[in-house]
Design a protein. Structure first.
Length: 114
């Protein structure tokens, strides 16, 4: 099994930036692609960014050009740099394998005020 601990969220004004971190522990050798997901109130959880073991990245259209996913394999950590934040980015952010394969962590709340 793998456990995830997300951190770095907070309250920020529109146009601001945040950097999220996801520390993975356990049988991380089994993970190839990692993803950042988010769930806004009343909406389904969605994948917003992913990164393969080789470092290739992919994004949902709504965040492309503003968010950057990266990973440090030595630290078993995945990051999400979020710039030019918008109120519609407000959500709880989670990390997990892509496709989802393990239990969710507690997530980290991101709130963007207008």
């Amino acid at each position: 099994q793998v456990q995830f601990v997300e951190s770095g969220g907070g309250l920020v004004q529109a146009g601001g930036s945040l950097r999220l971190s996801c520390a993975a522990s356990g049988s991380t050798f089994s993970i190839r692609s990692m993803g950042w997901y988010r769930q806004a109130p009343g909406k389904q959880r969605e994948l917003v960014a992913g990164i393969t073991s080789g470092g290739s990245t992919y994004y949902v259209d709504s965040v492309r050009g503003r968010f950057t996913i990266s990973r440090d394999n030595a630290k078993n950590t995945v990051y999400l740099q979020m710039n030019s934040l918008k109120p519609e980015d407000t959500a709880v952010y989670y990390c997990n394998r892509d496709p989802v394969g393990f239990s969710w962590g507690q997530g980290t709340q991101v709130t963007v005020s207008s």
